[in-house]
Design a protein around this ligand. Structure first.
Ligand code: SF4
Length: 792
């Protein structure tokens, strides 16, 4: 057992520090933007051996029992991810098109559902008792465990507590603030990836009729880099595979991704592929149990055995060594082609479908093996072995997630995958292709529905002709720019359709300061989170229905639709009685908001659209390509696939061909004593929602303020396992500090460190972003480590 406590942090930029100090003079007690110092006894047991199995079943049963009771829990779980059932509000991993099992969910899906279907309720008495400052002293885990929000709440100027407010009054307050802005661009409209297609489409329509494209979303912080990289190279921002391709693949590469925790049912697809003889290669700075060995929780006979060994090869790449590693694989592929001309590269594909081949080859050949091995941290033999598996596979899939997308050179990371795959024509044929794995259930669908600060002219033209108005053409703020705009006084109203903006975003104290400068902050939510406690001058919480609940509107019960990671659009129908009679659906909230704000300025009959979601889908069909016959096709069991041009080798780039791109090796300079840190998720967490303090797969229990380091680095720095340290990040002369983390020795490359987010978001500088995508570089944070100042 190791003693550890949470800690505080500060911004050391003198100007910002001065501003914070002057704020605190005006407001003596600001609610804390970070979880409080929470005394914990962190227990370190070492990395687990197998994912899934009986421990998963026990964890599922425990969560379900404690939040919903067994009967309600089982009824809900049996509908999860079923055709005609509830689409899991967790990650965006798809379900099979054909037969589905009765338990088509994972441990994490069960936790999401239990969290939403909980029988605990937040009453008016709760908010009478707890001031905002007192709530902010509680942990994120505690906030989430208090139960469902049951009525609209307002935090008025100078008041200390949230109070109930009538829906009409809440919308009137928002309308007053929005309509008194001098320019619509002074408002920010954020969207989380849980929002349904219908609510998202209506929301972007309202926002554009209001007059702005300020529609940042959680995509800006995750797969924006994938979208930018793929649009440039294959002419579409989405992946090219379907779930069925996993059954046909001969090799699957999983890079910068931890499916066991973040997309657990992907392990089922990998297990099936493995049993078909497919080779699996895992590339990551940390070995992840889910990629090592897996016991399918539903295979009773497998519970007692050792489980299925998954990865045939694990390449322990340095943090941000991926561009170099992929170049190394390409170099080995080219050398194999040299030895056996015509046997490795797909020349027909390269000649007929691509441009830029010669430039790529010359850049790869110019990189020396010494620098490739040194900078990737992976030996030449291992790189050649990975290249051999790649070169011998006729059908290859490459999957990736945040491990690639949150670096300065994130777009280059993904484009190097595209380069490699193009060399062997591994895009646009069965069993092969690109698979960015999305982390939130409808994050891809929201973008398809027009939630984007940089909409295409084609989309705006369709919107204009369908609704008879001229949408704004000027690009809006993405997430990073929105925070800067609020901080610098260019934006005054912040509206969030779902999510936990404060905890999802980098540079916690700066972001908190930005939100505090707003006149009004509004959050549409199902449960309490830290974003409700860091507010503008006034704040509203608008409680909405969850996916599990019956969505009754004027024309009868409604279903919503979502799009998963593989572009399948399907229906989701709730069946539970809503947590309170006062809840509105997200769609109804947007419709009433639009009516209150736009009034006679809009000719759209918002209430009629909210009364019958078929009417919204009819509009979507006429605006968004690929949704023909939407209402009929989405009623087919299992939904329908959106068109996938790149998957058919139609590359919608300016040249009509897929594009090889050339990237320099990234320069990562660490001073003596510095480490490159990445933020990661624990197994008891989904994005910003914390379900517990354990990370079973990494063997860390009862605490989250830990820093994973290589044992040799710990020794070299004069630390020992269990020491309490402070972390300082360094960026362009600025320092940010996060205090009191427990040192945990782990299998991680030298000079690398890993910590959980959101606790270390405070260390991620807002201006440290990926080129082109502007995604915060949360996986490339330069830090130094000191014995904790609070030890003295
Ligand atoms: S894999 Fe993702 S979508 Fe499926 S049940 Fe688990 S969390 Fe939900």
């Amino acid at each position: 057992m190791l003693n550890g406590t949470g800690g505080s942090s500060r911004i050391s930029d003198p100007k910002r520090q001065a501003k914070l100090m002057s704020d605190s003079e005006i407001k003596p007690m600001l609610p804390s933007a970070q979880p409080p110092p929470e005394p914990t006894l962190v227990q370190i047991e070492g990395i687990g051996k197998v994912a899934g199995g009986i421990p998963s079943i026990i964890a599922t049963a425990k969560t379900t029992w404690s939040e919903t009771g067994i009967l309600r829990g089982v009824r809900t779980l049996l509908r999860l991810n079923q055709k005609d059932g509830i689409d899991c509000p967790g990650c965006a991993w798809p379900e099979p098109d054909g037969e589905r099992s009765h338990a088509e969910f994972c441990e994490n899906g069960a936790k999401h559902i239990a969290d939403e279907a909980t029988t605990k309720r937040l009453t008016p008495e709760f908010f009478e008792k707890w001031s905002v400052v007192d709530l902010a002293e509680q942990s994120d885990l505690w906030l989430g465990k208090q139960g469902r929000l049951t009525q609209p709440l307002v935090l008025r100027r100078e008041s200390t507590h949230y109070q109930p407010i009538a829906w009409d009054d809440a919308f009137a307050l928002i309308a007053t603030e929005l309509n008194s802005l001098s320019n619509p661009d002074e408002a920010i409209f954020y969207t989380s990836g849980r929002t349904s297609n219908e609510a998202a489409f209506l929301y972007q329509l309202f926002v554009r009729m209001f007059g702005t494209n300020n529609l940042p979303d959680c995509s800006n912080m995750c797969h924006e880099s994938s979208g930018s990289a793929l649009s440039e190279t294959i002419g579409a921002g989405k992946g090219t595979v379907s779930l069925e391709d996993f059954d046909l693949a001969q090799a699957i590469f999983v890079i910068g991704q931890n499916p066991g925790t973040n997309h657990p049912r992907m392990l089922t697809a990998l297990q099936r592929a493995k049993r078909n003889g497919c080779k699996l290669v895992h590339i990551n700075p940390l070995p992840e149990v889910g990629m090592t060995r897996f016991k399918h929780p539903q295979e009773v006979l497998g519970w007692l055995g050792a489980g299925t060994a998954l990865a045939d090869l694990f390449l322990q790449v340095r943090i941000n060594g991926d561009v170099v590693l992929l170049k190394g694989m390409m170099k080995a592929v080219l050398e194999a082609e040299d030895r056996n001309p015509g046997a490795v590269l797909d020349h027909d594909f390269i000649n007929s479908h691509t441009i830029g081949f010669a430039e790529l080859v010359s850049s790869v050949r110019s990189a020396s093996w010494d620098e490739l091995v040194e900078q990737s941290g992976v030996g030449k033999t291992q790189l050649e072995e990975a290249a051999r598996i790649f070169g011998e596979s006729e059908r290859t899939i490459f999957c990736w997630a945040m491990g690639l997308t949150q670096h300065k050179n994130a777009v280059a990371n993904i484009q190097e995958i595209v380069n490699l795959m193009l060399l062997r024509g591994q895009i646009g044929k069965p069993g092969a292709g690109l698979c960015p794995v999305r982390g939130h259930s409808n994050v891809q669908g929201d973008r398809t529905m027009g939630i984007w600060e940089r909409p295409s002219d084609a989309f705006l033209d369709q919107l204009a002709s369908e609704f008879g108005f001229e949408p704004p053409r000027r690009h809006g703020y993405d997430t990073v720019k929105a925070i800067e705009a609020m901080h610098e006084g260019y934006a005054h109203v912040f509206f969030a359709l779902g999510g936990n903006f404060l905890s999802a975003t980098p540079d916690t104290e700066y972001t908190a300061d930005a939100l505090r400068r707003c006149k009004l902050t509004v959050q549409v939510s199902t449960k309490l989170n830290r974003a409700h406690l860091i507010t503008g001058e006034q704040a509203l919480i608008l409680p909405c229905l969850g996916r599990t609940e019956i969505d009754e509107q004027a024309s009868g019960p409604q279903f919503v639709t979502t799009e998963n990671s593989m572009a399948v659009v399907q229906a989701s129908r709730g069946f539970l009685k809503p947590a309170s009679d006062h809840l509105l659906s997200e769609t109804a909230i947007v419709a009433r908001l639009a009516t209150a704000v736009l009034g006679s300025r809009s000719s759209v009959d918002w209430q009629s659209l909210a009364a019958d979601y078929d009417r919204i889908r009819a509009h979507i069909e006429r605006v968004v390509p690929g949704f023909d016959d939407y209402n009929a096709r989405v009623r087919q069991r299992g939904g329908f696939h959106l068109p996938n041009a790149a998957g058919e080798r139609i590359f919608n780039t300016p040249s009509g061909r897929a594009v090889f791109t050339v990237h320099d090796l990234p320069l990562i300079k660490l001073e003596p004593g510095q480490f490159l840190m990445m933020t990661i998720r624990s197994h008891d967490q989904f994005n910003t929602t914390i379900y517990g303090l354990d990370d079973r797969y990494r063997g860390v229990y009862n605490g989250r303020r830990v820093v994973f380091l290589n044992r040799d680095d710990i020794e070299a720095a004069g630390f020992s396992e269990g020491d309490i340290v402070d972390l300082t990040s360094h960026f362009e002369g600025e320092e940010r500090v996060a205090r009191r983390f427990v040192v945990v020795p782990y299998s991680i490359p030298r000079r690398c460190a890993a910590t959980y987010f959101p606790e270390t978001n405070v260390l991620v500088p807002l201006r440290s972003v990926a080129e082109k995508s502007n995604t915060p570089a949360s996986k490339s944070v330069v830090i130094s480590i000191q014995a904790s100042a609070e030890n003295n």
